[in-house]
Design a protein around this ligand. Structure first.
Ligand code: GDD
Ligand code: MN
Length: 388
């Protein structure tokens, strides 16, 4: 049996659009050799009979599924849909897609092909070179670009051009690594939270430029409440992105305790000379710090270097940070009214930041994504939608 690809279509009052969207998605099934295509409509009891239309279509398409519930927002609908798909369909790939015709189903085979080539997150991108939003009003475009800019830079994902896109293909195994409960967002900001969470947990991403035309029927459900939640959510994402730094500090503090304890044991219990005991205690704390950073702080990093090389780099950085710490201490002590404990604390603080950034950027550096794209002639797709 082939693995499944499940397109999740959240709907609220899409009676005028849903039939055509579902038909156009299933038309793509014949172009996909590697996966069985399924569609899951997550409807929040739309008053316009969206559900009735989907139920009728279910007689025609055996791979069409419907999940209903109370209206709690786009993010809540996606979370419910993802859980339902994972529990009952166990798809290999999950698609996010709007049910109003603004996302072109002809791109589904291309997204699956890219997933088969090793990408775990494929984003239909309106803002990557080649992408377009021809019908956006000036304000919608400004809000969208500003929101994207905030997520990119405050969320620490500067390389992604469309962070709020609602058209994506995600490998289930990558979704499984995400803490969906943490994504407490109920509305549209779910999209940016999920993206940051996927990248944080090591998803291999590619953006495919798309054209995002206006919807033909009905209207956007994006509300002011969604926009307020989006801003608040950026703060949450920022905190989440600092998680590694917080863990690094915790490990560093544990190193101080290890260092002091071992020093006391060696000098007091074993009567070892302090000149020998001190370097042994330092080295041991460097080793325990390395171990905990390796298995905890940076455990999600996709870095290529061997553990041995990382250990070497970690020592080098510790030495460098130690020297800088000492030089800052000496420099501050030359100032009038200097106080040694304050000077030392400042030195330790600067040393810790240097330690963190060098280890983050060098020791556990993530491997660059190799965008080995399939050749254009291997994919059947609308000519407006070229892989970059
Ligand atoms: N079940 C459910 N519940 N579906 C919802 C809800 C909800 O509360 N709110 C919206 N939807 C559905 C819509 O019916 C549609 O199928 C899809 O989600 C997207 O909603 P639109 O209202 O059409 O969104 P948009 O076109 O304004 O926004 C697009 O761009 C955003 C970023 O700029 C979408 O692609 C969003 O996903 C994207 O975040
Ligand atoms: Mn829409």
């Amino acid at each position: 049996m082939k693995p499944k690809a499940c397109v999740i279509l959240p709907t609220y009052n899409e009676a005028e659009n849903i039939q055509l969207v579902i038909q156009n998605i299933f038309k793509q099934a014949t172009k996909i050799a590697s996966h069985d295509l399924h569609v899951l409509v997550v409807d929040d009891n739309s008053p316009d009979n969206t559900q009735g239309i989907v139920r009728e279509l279910m007689d025609q398409y055996c791979n069409l599924h419907l999940l209903t519930g109370q209206k709690k927002g786009l993010g809540e609908a996606y979370k419910r849909g993802i859980k339902y798909a994972q529990d009952l369909l166990s798809p290999d790939l999950i698609f996010e897609m709007d049910a109003d015709g603004q996302h072109d189903p002809k791109l589904i085979p291309l997204f699956i092909l890219l997933a088969n080539h090793g990408f775990s997150l494929i984003i239909g991108s309106r803002f990557a070179p080649g992408g377009a939003t021809p019908d956006f009003s000036f304000w919608r475009k400004a809000i969208s670009l500003l929101g994207n800019w905030m997520i990119r830079f405050l969320g620490g994902i500067p390389r992604i051009q469309d962070c709020t896109s609602g058209f994506r293909c995600i490998k289930s195994e990558s979704l499984a690594k995400c803490n969906l409960k943490f994504l407490s967002t109920r509305g549209y900001s779910f999209q940016s939270s999920l993206l940051c969470e996927l990248l944080r947990t090591g998803a291999k991403v590619i953006e495919v430029p798309i054209t995002f035309p206006d919807r033909i029927h009905g209207e956007s459900k994006l509300s002011l409440k969604d926009q307020v939640e989006f801003i608040i959510n950026i703060a949450k994402i920022r905190f989440r992105q600092s998680e590694e730094f917080v863990k690094f500090c915790v490990v560093g503090s544990s190193g101080v305790i290890v260092n002091l304890s071992l020093y006391i044991v060696l000098t007091r219990l074993f009567s070892i000379d302090f000149k020998i005991a001190a370097p042994i205690a330092i080295e041991f704390s460097i080793l325990t710090n390395f171990f905990f950073n390796h298995i905890w702080t940076f455990k999600n990093r996709n870095s290529k270097a061997s553990s041995f090389i990382k250990l070497f780099r970690f020592h080098f950085v510790a030495g460098l940070a130690g020297i800088i710490n000492y030089l800052i201490f000496l420099a501050l002590m030359c100032l009038p009214y200097s106080y040694d404990i304050i000077a030392n604390l400042i030195g330790i603080g600067v040393g810790m930041f240097i330690n963190y950034f060098l280890n983050s950027l060098w020791t556990w550096r993530e491997i660059k994504l190799q965008q080995n794209l399939p050749k254009q002639n291997q994919i059947s797709s609308n000519k407006n939608h070229k892989a970059p």
